[in-house]
Each structure stands twice: as C-alpha cells, then as structure tokens.
Write a protein that binds this ligand. Sequence first.
Ligand SMILES: [Zn+2]
Length: 112
Amino acid sequence: MSNQPLSNLVPYTCFGCRSTYKRPFEKGVFYRKCPTCGGAALCMDIRFRPPKKLDDKQWKKVKYLVDHGFNFQKVYHKEGPIWHRERYPQNLEQAKEFVIKFKDQAYDFNII
Ligand SMILES: [Zn+2]
C-alpha cells in the first residue's frame, strides 16, 4: 500500500522505450527521466491509455499528437452555443486534421 493518494498520480510516457509509469503530479513539470531507458518521459493526461508496445501505428499517432501539443487533455468543439468534448482521433490521418482544427487548444510543453 502506498501513502500517495492515487488521484495525484499521472502517467509519464517515454517514447524512446514506450514505457508509461505513474508519478505524482507536479504543476509545470512536463518531463521526468524515464526509469527504464533514461530518456525524457512526458507528462500525459490522466485519461491517456498507452497503446500496446508493438503497435507502431498507434504510437506514431500518439507521438504526432504530443509533438503538436496534445497529451490527451480535454479538447472542446462548439456546436451552436454549446461546447462539447471532442473525441481523440483513432488514427494518424485523423490526428493530422485534429491538430489543425484544435491548434488553439494545444499546450506548449517546452514552456515551464
Ligand atoms: Zn524510456
């Protein structure tokens, strides 16, 4: 049993070795050292579910999203006067449209 409340843990994902591990959330800390390979692991949104390690297509899509400022944070679109949660794209083709459409909601992971 851990003393850390689970709600404070967020996934950090390393794209070098495709490992994801949970660490306490720290505001403004986007990168941590990957315990597996020593590379940089990026803080992902709590909703992120990593693809299977050998699923190259899905990893490519996730990396593309991250490179454009999306770590599975909530993204919204407007229908008439109402804002709706946008679903994350299923594949790389959809991801390319997604990052253009929602670029004003992207994060800049390099600014801390
Ligand atoms: Zn790693």
